[in-house]
Design a protein around this ligand. Structure first.
Ligand SMILES: *Cc1c(COP(=O)(O)O)cnc(C)c1O
Length: 359
């Protein structure tokens, strides 16, 4: 029996996509073998990869002067690959620290260059995003990095930082494809796949042409954007299964009406859950109103001794993986694109029932 899976990642995938994967698993495209057993150099697979790229370009309206790369090593790999490709040892980058993932990007970037922390939200325990006016890029910065959605804190930017001519670099892992994005505002967008794209082990990088071809001489070829772009992301064997599933997810999103329609559904799901929390007088979301994430919703109850009971009883009711991140406690519901409104409605009615019994 399928449950509603609120995990932060790897996360729930659309049922229709999983059913298609199942139906094609043993005999993909009539070739008598699984897509996992097919050469990445075969015409059949290259078609899959090209179609996945074309679908992503259509969904996000990615301008022609951007490359789309399907890489490995997750978003974490990009914490290093980005400075390797975009900086020299004497470069400075700007970085906004809004929580756990920003800090990881900061730690890795520091191995390669100087990092100027433009804004640091630790004083609010990472429950806020900085005011737009505070985000001024340093003159000559190699790039300006921020995390549009902090998956653990449940903090999301409601605006795109305006950093002038400095390339804007964004870790979109947990919010890519949740709503339309103006790609032309960015120098580079990257996202691990396992939240809103497909299975883990795949990372999508969308990078403007003028930023590639300048990697440090000691950059490994698999991390060199120019080398990867030249080979169509197939300098080595890519995550073929991941690219195949991502392509099916892109098709599914298109069938949902594209990102404008998807955004409307996500807005409604988030509103349903936040309203239930705010009106309960029992549950609490710690995030500032203008920084609440559409994708990851942390919440607490007055007596944290009951957290375990909440998570266990919810699981029994078919609502899985609601425990908060180990660093923050409480609960967290991740409600990515593939979580239907019915899943959120079921969670809200469970929350009311739990409050009635324990509140
Ligand atoms: C999940 C996540 C990552 C890490 O992704 P990996 O694929 O595990 O490297 C990085 N940044 C954000 C915002 C995330 O949500």
């Amino acid at each position: 029996m399928r449950v509603f899976n609120f995990a932060a990642g790897p996360a729930t995938l659309p049922l229709e996509v999983l059913q298609q994967v199942r139906d094609e698993l043993l005999d993909w495209g009539g070739g008598g073998m699984s897509v996992m057993e097919v050469s990445h150099r075969s015409k059949a697979f290259i078609d899959v990869a090209e179609r996945a790229e074309a679908q992503l370009r259509a969904l996000m309206a990615i301008p022609a002067n951007y490359k789309v790369l399907f890489l490995q090593g997750g978003a974490t790999g990009q914490f290093s690959a980005i400075p390797m490709n975009l900086t020299r040892a004497d470069s400075t980058i700007d970085l906004v620290n809004t929580g756990n993932w920003s800090k990881k990007a900061l730690t890795e970037a520091k191995r390669y260059c100087k990092v100027n922390v433009v804004a640091d939200e630790s004083a609010s325990k990472y429950s806020t995003v900085p005011a737009a006016a505070k985000l001024v890029a340093s003159p000559g910065a190699a790039y300006f990095h921020y995390t549009p959605n902090e998956t653990i804190g449940g903090v999301e930017f409601g605006y795109v930082p305006d950093v002038g001519a400095v390339p804007l670099v964004a870790d979109f892992s947990s919010t890519i494809l949740s709503r339309p994005v103006d790609v032309s505002r960015y120098g580079l967008i990257y996202a691990g796949a396992q939240k809103n794209i497909g299975p883990s082990g795949l990372c999508v990088v969308i990078v403007r042409d003028d930023l590639i071809g300048k990697a440090r001489p000691d950059t490994p070829a698999i991390w060199d954007y120019a080398a990867m772009a030249k080979e169509g992301s197939m300098l080595n064997t890519p995550n073929t299964f991941g690219i195949y599933v991502a392509g099916l997810v892109f098709d599914w999103l298109q069938k949902q009406g594209g990102l404008t329609a998807v955004a409307e559904r996500n807005r409604r799901k988030a509103e349903t859950l936040y309203r239930a929390i705010d009106e309960s007088g029992y549950y609490r979301n710690p995030v500032a109103l203008d920084a609440r994430s559409w994708m990851n919703v942390p919440f607490t109850i007055p007596n944290p001794d009951l957290d375990k009971a909440f998570v266990a009883e919810a699981a029994k009711a078919g609502l899985a993986n609601l425990e908060g991140h180990r660093s923050v406690g409480g609960m967290r519901a991740s409600i990515y694109n593939a979580m239907p409104q019915e899943g959120v409605d079921a969670l809200v009615s469970f929350m009311r029932d739990f409050q009635r019994r324990h509140g």
